[in-house]
Design a protein around this ligand. Sequence first.
Ligand code: AMP
Ligand code: GLY
Length: 423
Amino acid sequence: MKILVIGGGGREHALVWKIAQSPLLTKLYCAPGNPGTALLAENLPIGVDQLDKLLEFAYKNKIDLTVVGPEQPLSLGIVDLFESHGLKVFGPSQKAAFIEGSKAFSKDLMRKYDVPTAAYGVFTDKTEAEAFIKSTGAPIVVKADGLAAGKGVIIAQTCQEAVEAVNDMLSGNAFGAAGSRVVIEEFLTGEEASFLVITDGRKIIPLASAQDHKAIFDGDKGPNTGGMGAYSPAPVVTKEIHEKAMELVIKPTVEGMAAEGRPYRGVLYAGLMVKDGEVKTLEFNARFGDPECQPLLMRMKSDIVPVLLAVADADLADSEIEWHDKAAVCVVMASEGYPGDYAKGDEISGLDMVADIDDLYVFHAGTAAKNGTCVTNGGRVLGVTALGSTVAAAIKNAYKGVSSITWRGLQYRSDIGKKALER
Ligand code: AMP
Ligand code: GLY
């Protein structure tokens, strides 16, 4: 089979790494990919939003399966476009990806189908938003309705801060059109978990549990990022929490999407807040999480290709996914300044040193090749991912890799996985 992976981050390197192990594969492409995917696939110089060029390539080269990593092409309707040309593709349709593309839509869906989530209001008017903020009180959460590359969520500690965030968004200064409508919601406390499933719209296969680390600094301090590290399994997802997530969150959502005429096929990612044995839904994503995808795919024992293909064919009935017993931990190494403006072009050294460490793989995200070296080219640069017989052993192995790699100004969290150890 000829397979095309769309995207160029750590998630897509992990997908390429896993797909490359499939005996069903004959040729693998990645668009646009990165220097890491180039080791396993042929990179194509096509951006994730160049839908016509991606279609032309897949059509001419008779690609048997296209796997879409990021949200942007999904929201632009890549799945609908490919399918209308008879091409198989893994991912939700444009209408289904709206569950991530509009936070207002996703909150209204949750309300309609009784999915537990924070109390909220949706606003386009500043005065009404301000009244809601005053009546709710702080801390309070302000979210841009549309896609904002993971940056559209403001946790406001005071009502004043919340009102300013709303004004910034509604006046179009922050996040452009994505912020022309805002969701304002109750601030939830507890421990977060990333709960991902694969579904064909009927059958649902839960993936192993995982936990992300959103904040930039140790101890969950500082601004939120796309994710500074992740591990799997996540002990916060006990058997009871797993059942509740499936029964109260995932099943009604998959059924609700079908009832709304938006049948969901692909990965559905629920960001959960767990507290006192109860779950509430923070958000839905229409794709694999990044970095969660990296530890998850390292733990996946089954060949992923038949599963992806079955979803593209809307027939998961005979599919199952097996997992390795080992734990996996991913530590993200980021550029100086991230998640704000960050440096680029710094030479990365030590990648050759880690190549021999057992049960460890370095997934590339924001890297570029330059004169035979590898340089930084994004906020999140590498995902150093390791297996271990326990989470503690996986943490030790991952940080062994991290300590061998360096560049000017690099930053990473030194407490990835600590919450799992505390349980
Ligand atoms: P979202 O993109 O909606 O998941 O928001 C990104 C991050 O913001 C989440 O992972 C949480 O850390 C935080 N967050 C979002 N909504 C809330 C909420 N209602 N209460 C507390 N934290 C939240
Ligand atoms: N790591 C969070 C996300 O992928 O949205």
